[in-house]
Write a protein that binds this ligand. Structure first.
Ligand SMILES: [Cu+2]
Length: 145
């Protein structure tokens, strides 16, 4: 009994220790009617902004898939694996980089290029938390005017 309680505390500690996705604008899985100009991601702890990678890519998913966040996530996984750590890919991305100027922050803002086309978009990152742990994750949102 006491041992189980201790293990729970350890697991809880590990879960709290990483800079995990908490919320965002647009939200994960959201469909927005107006083209967003920024993506704001809130993490559970501060990240080293300059030592982390953030990207937004068009998913190229067919319109009939836009309504299913499960299907969009499945389509996004191979893209994230392929491009997250790719260099020199600015032309393929729809983000114009991180605008958060603080060295460490729980909230990271990405500017989006103007003229976003309707479609599904993947927001992906490999962050470095202030505790020294990295976390790779992504979410998808849909722009459907
Ligand atoms: Cu951690």
């Amino acid at each position: 009994m006491r041992k189980a309680f201790f293990i729970c505390l350890v697991l809880l500690g590990l879960a709290l220790a990483h800079a995990e996705y908490r919320s965002s604008t647009p939200a994960a899985g959201a469909s927005v009617k107006a083209a967003p100009q920024t993506v704001v991601i809130n993490f559970s702890e501060a990240v080293e902004v300059r030592l982390s990678t953030f990207k937004v890519y068009p998913l190229g998913a067919p319109p009939e898939a836009w309504g299913s966040s499960t299907r969009l996530r499945r389509l996004a996984q191979p893209l994230v694996r392929q491009v997250l750590l790719l260099r020199g890919d600015a032309a393929r991305r729809v983000d114009a980089g991180v605008t958060t100027t603080a060295r460490t922050s729980k909230t990271v803002t990405l500017a989006l290029k103007p003229g976003l086309r309707p479609g599904a978009y993947v927001v992906m990152w490999k962050n470095l938390g202030v505790d020294g742990h990295t976390e790779t994750d992504f979410f998808v949102f849909v722009y459907k005017p």
